[in-house]
Design a protein around this ligand. Sequence first.
Ligand SMILES: [Zn+2]
Length: 102
Amino acid sequence: MSEITEQKQVFKKTVVGHKCDNCGAIENDYTVYEETWFNYSRAHSGWGNDSCESYKYFDVCSPACFLTLGMKDGMENLEGYDSAEIGDMPWKFFKKLAETVK
Ligand SMILES: [Zn+2]
């Protein structure tokens, strides 16, 4: 069997930086990102398709951005769900944390 070949140019998507989902800050140095940023998910396991759609990832550049975005996003998408979690903590606990450091 002989192979028939042709030369093709392939475009690959590569991550070259991260953008804070709260303030828009950009970090291109992956080492800095790994050490100082926080990537978290939030979701609730409410009834039906809602719970898959509620799963979302965020990047934040600081604790302040985590608390600000967490409160804004949580109030819009997690409020009222007993099972809601944000950054691996219960939504209700997160709200208390945000109130504490206000
Ligand atoms: Zn930020």
